[in-house]
Design a protein around this ligand. Structure first.
Ligand code: ADP
Ligand code: MG
Length: 462
């Protein structure tokens, strides 16, 4: 296994689709809400693909797409063109999808990710383009005849969709996880998508191949394998990671046996935990792309780009870096706090509250300390304002406490009354200590200091 991995390395590129949370669809004014809705209520001749219906573009969606491109460091096109991607499938009433091909909105970005040994690597983003979602197919069994039937819900047809395509730069699963997570964060920071993978707001497709690790004696460095396996229609992130991992192993094994791998599309079979062939590509699908005649090319004014740049929020990785610099937080604390803007804001607000109080307090309640309590204490931040949170930390420290005899007595009776928890703790169950601590706290009417209780408990349990 070890030597195998040294001889072969995976080459992986990701295509991610993100559904935008605009109010209306990409080329008509219907609502984009389809989740949990009655099927086929948000439709019109445009998104039902009636002949002669004329599309008109959603400006907000274009702006959102540009913002995503800016966040990923892309170059924004001065002129962008929609094209028809022609293929026949029942989720596509027009017989083509309005997408972008030769003139995408954004090109050439990057994202820094961490690999499995914690090193930072740059993944190149090839393009970020705008398109429309297809209708949703619902496969039903046992209706109409024993074979079942497929129902079509056009509520999703025409919902704005952004596709983000990377170069084949991923080399391990940690990089893929980090990329997907950061992309999801970016969408939420920008407020352009909920990026909920379970709901299908964000969908991943992976292209996987493996090659011999190239040494300097090879003439062509980093040559791409001639084949690639497309992993498609896998609707959970966990399954996608499992499928990529399986593919890497399968392909290395095949190559070692001297087999030749061919281009194909595979899906994930969760029951047998393996990928299976869905489609073998004899040659590249020809979508016969051509410019959409009903939508004129769109010019992106430099002023618009400048304005959108101005509207950009601090991005997740920028926030992480600033929290480290400004508050001397550890990088893991900073990363946890910048998981959402709301969490980081809460932290910064709490620090402000402390700083506005007396100097002696701000000395004892350092930002690192606040970050620690905030990360470890589980409470509903929506119910507790930062100022109240700071007050709570202070109260905990200033508890009047109870006499050592009273505390000792409470500890003895809690140990006597909770033989099971005591036994569990002695068997190594740390959570039981927490439980006992809570019991002592209750017995002393919440007046004891948690540190003192812990000390007394541990002493008596020994
Ligand atoms: P298509 O239009 O058929 O999807 P693209 O050239 O746009 O083809 O590539 C799609 C994805 O496949 C990209 O993310 C790209 O990085 C990735 N890719 C291309 N070649 C390889 C390869 N040999 N191994 C793995 N991924 C690849
Ligand atoms: Mg593709």
């Amino acid at each position: 296994m070890k030597t195998r991995q040294r001889q072969h390395e995976p080459v992986i590129g990701l295509e991610v689709h993100v559904e935008l949370n605009t109010e209306s669809k990409m080329f008509c004014s219907n609502s984009t809400q389809y989740f949990g809705q009655t099927p086929n209520i948000h439709t019109c001749p445009v998104c039902l693909g009636f002949p002669g219906a004329l599309p008109y573009t959603n400006k907000k969606a274009i702006e959102y797409c540009i913002k995503i491109g800016l966040a990923l460091g892309c170059e924004i096109a001065e002129e962008t063109v929609f094209e028809r991607k022609n293929y026949f499938y029942s989720d596509l009433p027009k017989g083509y999808q309005i997408s972008q091909y030769r003139w995408p909105l954004c090109r050439g970005g990057r994202m820094v990710v961490k690999n499995k040994v914690g090193e930072e690597r740059e993944i190149r983003v090839n393009r970020v383009h705008m398109e429309e979602d297809t209708a949703k197919l619902v496969h039903q069994f046992g209706i109409s005849n024993s074979k079942g039937a497929t129902l079509i819900d056009f509520n999703r047809s025409g919902v704005p969709l952004v596709e983000i395509v990377t170069e084949p730069d991923f080399r391990d699963l940690a990089e893929i996880r980090d990329y997907a997570k950061k992309l999801q964060q970016v969408m939420r920071y920008l407020g352009v998508s909920n990026a909920d993978m379970e709901k299908g707001d964000m969908r991943l497709e992976a292209n996987v191949s493996v090659r011999q690790v190239q040494s300097s004696k090879f003439k062509v460095q980093n040559e791409l394998p001639k084949y690639r396996i497309e992993l498609k229609n896998i609707n959970s992130f966990r399954f996608m990671v499992a499928a990529v991992q399986y593919e890497i192993e399968r392909q290395i094994e095949a190559l070692e046996k001297g087999e030749k791998l061919v281009q194909e599309t595979r899906g994930w079979d969760e029951n047998n935990r393996r990928t299976y062939v869905q489609r073998v590509k004899e040659e590249a699908t020809d979508y016969r792309y051509f410019p959409e005649p009903d939508i004129p090319p769109i010019e992106i004014d430099k002023d618009i780009e400048t304005e959108l740049r101005r509207q950009m929020p601090e991005l997740p990785w920028e926030k992480t870096e600033r929290l480290i610099q400004e508050y001397s937080l550890s990088s893991s604390q900073a990363r946890v706090l910048s998981e959402t803007q709301e969490f980081a804001d809460y932290f910064e607000e709490a620090v402000k509250v402390v700083n506005s109080l007396s100097l002696s307090l701000s000395l004892s309640l350092s930002p690192v300390r606040i970050a620690n309590v905030l990360i470890n204490k589980k409470f509903d931040r929506e119910q507790v304002l930062p100022a109240r949170f700071v007050e709570m930390i202070r109260e905990e420290e200033d508890r009047p406490g109870v006499s050592s005899e009273e505390l000792e007595g409470a500890v003895h009776s809690v140990i006597a009354e909770n033989t099971k928890a005591v036994a569990d703790y002695r068997k190594g169950k740390e959570a039981s200590l927490q439980f006992l601590l809570g019991q002592v706290m209750a017995k002393t009417r919440g007046q004891s200091n948690p540190v003192a209780i812990r000390e007394a408990l541990l002493r008596n349990l020994r």
